[in-house]
Structures are given as C-alpha cells and as structure tokens.
Design a protein around this ligand. Structure first.
Ligand code: FAD
Length: 301
C-alpha cells in the first residue's frame, strides 16, 4: 500500500512526489510516457526562476533525478480509472492496480488538433505537435507553425534556427503570447507571419507538401508549400480516467479547493489538469507542493 499514488510525472506530479518523499511517505508515480511531462517537448524554458535559459528536457531530467534519489517508485503505465474504497483508493492502470491512502491527479493536458482534412493522414509525416522532437527532420526546409500563444512563438523561435523559412499562421491579428516573444519573432528574418488565416486542408503525397489557408476576413484561399506543420492551438485536459468520479468541471478540467483537494476527500489534483486560468511550470509546481502537503495531512489525520 502506498501513502500517495500520483497520476502523471510532469512538473506538478514530480513536485508533489518530492514533498511527500521528504515527509517519509511511500510514493508511486505513474507515468504513461517518459517522465517530465510537457517540458520534455519544450525547446527552451526562459521563465523558470534560477535559470536564465534552460533546455526543457534538462529541467525535466533534473526534477526526475531528484524524485528517484528520494526513492519514488516509477510505474510506466496509463491510469484508466480510480476506485474509491473504505480506507484506500485503487488506481487502475493498463498494467497492475495500485493501492493508495491518497491519490494526487497531475495528468496535465494534451495538445488540441485543428481537425482539418488531411491532418490525420499526415500526422507523423509532416504534421506534428512537437517541434523539439521532429523539427530537426526539416532542416533547411520551409515549415509552418499554427497558433498565437507563448507555445507557438517559443517553438517558432526554435524552428527558425533549423528551417529555411517559418510561416507563423494565426487566425487573428492580435496574439496571446507575451510581447517580448512577439517582438523577438518579428525580428527574425526567416519568419513570415500569416495573419487572419486558418488552415482548411493539408495536402501532399506520401508526406506533407503544403497547407491550404483561408483568409478569415474575405474567405479567399491560398496554398503554402511547407514540409511540416507544427500545431500549438491550445490544450485539452487529460482526464478520461476521472470522468465518472464527479470531480470535473464542464470543460473537463478538475475542480479543486484552495488545498488542491477535489470533492472526494483524499483525492487531490495539481498542475495544468486543474480548472484555472494560468498554466505554467511555476503554477504547476506550486499546486504540486500544496496538494502533497495536504495529502500528507490527510494520511496522518
Ligand atoms: C510547447 C510548450 C512550451 C511551453 N513552454 C513553457 C515555458 O517556457 N515556461 C513555462 O513555465 N511553461 C511552459 N509551458 C507550459 C508548461 O509546460 C506546463 O504548464 C507544465 O508542463 C504543466 O505541468 P503538469 O505537471 O501539470 O502537466 P504536464 O507537463 O502535462 O504533465 C502531465 C503528465 O501526466 C502524464 N499523463 C497524462 N495522462 C496520464 C494517465 N492517464 N496515466 C499516466 N500518466 C498520464 C503525461 O504523460 C504527462 O507526462 C509550455 C507548454 C507547451 C505546450
């Protein structure tokens, strides 16, 4: 029996693990991919205190190393459901089931898809949601990035160092991204902003050869020849396993109180999976600490 079973080993889950382990709790961290969460797929992080600029995977690895040194049990599995018992919870996975006195949900989010024709066909053949994973396949080529938030701008900067030309496609003229990122992108010679535009089709042969864009103001269409298209248009909560627990908001994110506790006593949630406005590493780790300290209190209560 674990004291704490944590679903997801991103920054929120790993921070919760660090706090619980330092309190001598027995901790299982269940992760369906590699540990680190979204930051494993992030080129550079430039707003995490203590580091002016750090590669996402290096930051993820430092957190992972800290949790393993403290003695976390890493379980590589996908959580499929949670059963509420009299005195413990059973976390069901596609492998073994795990028992925990408390559970912390830190499963984060997944990237939204555009849903345009051809997207599915060219997924992995040009259409991607991870510039750091796939960007180097397109060295010297023309590529596109879709989105107007920080992620789209950060990954455009990363790709501008690899690609011949980067088209940044956004459906409006204004951006959600921080102005410092927008200014940096505006100065990049090989980035062309394609504004008031949306992708209505992906085309190609075996691999992607381009996208059809529609002007959102006059409806006119045009073709852009690109070998890759990286989508950063927002996220969806990873909460399928929790949909029958009665703890989700209408938008699918998890509702918590100020202690990061859900409506079920003993089940906590933290990080991007929580129903809130700001989703950053700093806010995820803050939630992780709050969830763990309250889970520890629950264990000894
Ligand atoms: C491209 C991009 C760039 C970004 N850049 C920055 C930045 O520069 N600075 C910054 O502060 N923030 C940045 N962010 C946001 C930041 O990455 C997130 O806020 C942060 O990673 C949230 O951490 P988390 O632990 O809550 O969730 P996540 O990082 O999403 O981790 C959740 C983990 O749970 C796992 N998981 C999900 N479902 C299950 C399941 N059923 N069973 C088991 N495991 C599961 C996932 O595989 C994942 O590893 C960026 C985001 C993106 C997309």
């Amino acid at each position: 029996m674990y004291d704490v079973v944590i679903v997801g080993a991103g920054p929120a889950g790993m921070t919760a693990a660090i706090y619980a382990l330092r309190n001598n709790k027995r901790v299982a961290l269940v992760e369906k991919n590699v540990p680190g969460g979204v930051i494993v797929n992030t080129a550079f992080v430039e707003n995490y205190p203590g580091f002016t600029k750090i590669e996402g995977p290096s930051l993820a690895y430092a957190m992972f190393e800290q949790t393993t040194k403290l003695g976390a049990d890493y379980i590589g599995a996908t959580v499929t459901g949670i059963e509420i018992g009299e005195s413990f919870f059973t976390v069901k996975t596609d492998g073994e089931s795990l028992r925990g006195k408390t559970v912390i949900l830190a499963s984060g989010t997944a990237q939204k898809k555009l849903g345009a024709p051809g997207e599915e066909k060219y997924t992995g053949r040009g259409v991607s949601w991870c510039a750091i994973c796939d960007g180097s396949l397109y060295k010297g080529e023309d590529v596109a990035v879709v989105g107007g938030g920080n992620s789209a701008f950060e990954e455009t900067i990363y790709l501008s160092n690899l690609a011949n030309k980067v088209y940044l496609i956004h459906r409006r003229e204004g951006f959600r991204a921080e102005s410092s990122l927008v200014d940096r992108v505006r100065q990049l010679k090989n980035v062309k902003m394609v504004l008031n535009a949306r992708i209505v089709e992906f085309f190609g042969a075996e691999t992607l050869q381009g996208v059809v864009i529609e002007n959102t103001l006059d409806g006119k269409t045009d073709r852009l020849a690109v070998k890759a298209c990286f989508e950063y248009i927002g996220t969806l909560p990873s909460t399928d396993y929790a949909k029958d627990l009665g703890i989700l908001a209408d938008n699918g994110y998890i509702l918590v109180d100020k202690n990061c506790e859900t409506a079920i006593k003993g089940i906590f949630a933290c990080g991007d999976v929580v129903d809130k406005d700001i989703r950053q590493i700093a806010t995820a780790i803050s939630d992780g600490a709050v969830a763990a300290l309250n889970a520890i209190k629950y264990c000894s209560g």
